[in-house]
Design a protein around this ligand. Structure first.
Ligand code: ZN
Ligand code: ZN
Length: 330
């Protein structure tokens, strides 16, 4: 979950200048002027309750479920701040003590061990534009507080390892737009083989994965949606409805199955991690649009060593996937 060891794709941020001192390029002392993305992680604990004053008790509980129970509940939040810019004469985007100080002053000190409802003006529900302090609304508010002081390009906020929000700064991300990700899992068996090929030919392509009786995985599925953070609810879309969709359309039908035999789509399509991720994207795109959000990404992890990612709207977003990669947690 830490950004340690992250690698940035070459297209992240602005183009990276040639290596210092290579032939034909001026030597840059300590990398000065070359660009880089850096990340900093910070943690805090805070409570919240999802209740809108214009709704009665019954309607609040119908709308927000157990999140509406008073006096509220808490989370151990994990924040990752990505910043970009040219290196200074000391070989840094900016001094890390400056980053730590700004995050502590503007985020962790004001929020740690507090109740988030009403704590910041964004979360003041007596104002018409007030919002509930959801993960995406809090990530957006944190981004707004840090951006005047740090060269923030993206914020990731984990409410839980299975629920996090991303906010990007830049021309491709209008104000108040965010990404929300949920993680779930299912267990299933599969066999990788093309029916038109012989067993020998399949084993030459797929190795042990072509063995005739199949094998299984505990699949992790991350679903990322994109949308505008709504006033009042502070949500991109109804989180409970999104979780229900993923459960009903993916987890229930796929869990404890032999994918090749039990899922009609895989009767004629080899169920590689890539194809499973693509099929999940196809199943979820329209229902998520009906919730008022857009499916951005499906990530299917088959084992700790391999995963497939489908960007459902990459063409529109240009470098966004690369920017999000800067925040990737493992
Ligand atoms: Zn909560
Ligand atoms: Zn497999």
């Amino acid at each position: 979950m830490t950004p340690a060891g992250l690698t940035l794709p070459a297209q992240a941020a602005t183009p990276i200048a040639p290596s210092a001192g290579t032939e034909g390029h001026p030597r840059r002392p300590h990398g000065r002027g070359r660009t880089c993305v850096i990340t900093r992680r910070a943690c805090f604990s805070a409570s919240h309750v999802y209740r809108l004053p214009e709704l009665n008790d019954e309607d609040n509980e119908a709308r927000f479920g157990r999140c509406a129970l008073e006096p509220g509940h808490g989370h151990n939040y994990e924040l990752v701040v990505a910043m970009a810019g040219p290196l200074n004469a000391d070989g840094m985007v900016l001094n890390l003590s400056e980053v730590k100080h700004a995050i502590r002053r503007d985020v962790t000190d004001p929020l740690n061990f507090r109740c988030l409802n009403g704590l910041w003006p964004e979360f003041d529900l007596t104002r018409p534009e007030g919002r509930l302090p959801t993960t995406e609304a809090l990530a957006s508010a944190i981004c707004a507080r840090l951006s005047p002081h740090l060269p923030v390009v993206a914020i990731r906020l984990y409410e839980h390892p299975d629920l996090w929000a991303d906010v990007l700064r830049g021309p491709t991300s209008p104000p108040m737009e965010a990404f929300l990700s949920i993680r779930t899992h299912f267990a299933a068996a599969h066999r990788l083989a093309r029916e038109e090929l012989s067993q020998e030919e399949n084993e030459a392509i797929y190795g042990k994965c072509a063995r005739v009786h199949g094998h299984g995985h505990n699949y992790l599925v991350d679903i990322t949606v994109r949308g505008r953070i709504q006033e009042r609810t502070g949500m991109i879309c109804d989180l409970a409805a999104l979780q229900h969709l993923v459960q009903e359309l993916v987890v229930e039908p796929f869990d404890h199955t032999f994918l090749n035999k039990d899922i009609p789509h895989f009767a004629g399509c080899v169920p590689t991690a890539e194809n499973i991720a693509l099929h999940i994207a196809d199943l979820l795109t329209a229902p998520i649009a009906d919730l008022g959000a857009r499916l951005h990404k499906v990530r299917l992890q088959e084992s700790p060593n391999n995963a497939a990612e489908v960007y459902a709207e990459t063409a529109q977003l240009g470098m966004v996937p690369a920017a999000m990669e800067a925040l990737a947690a493992t």
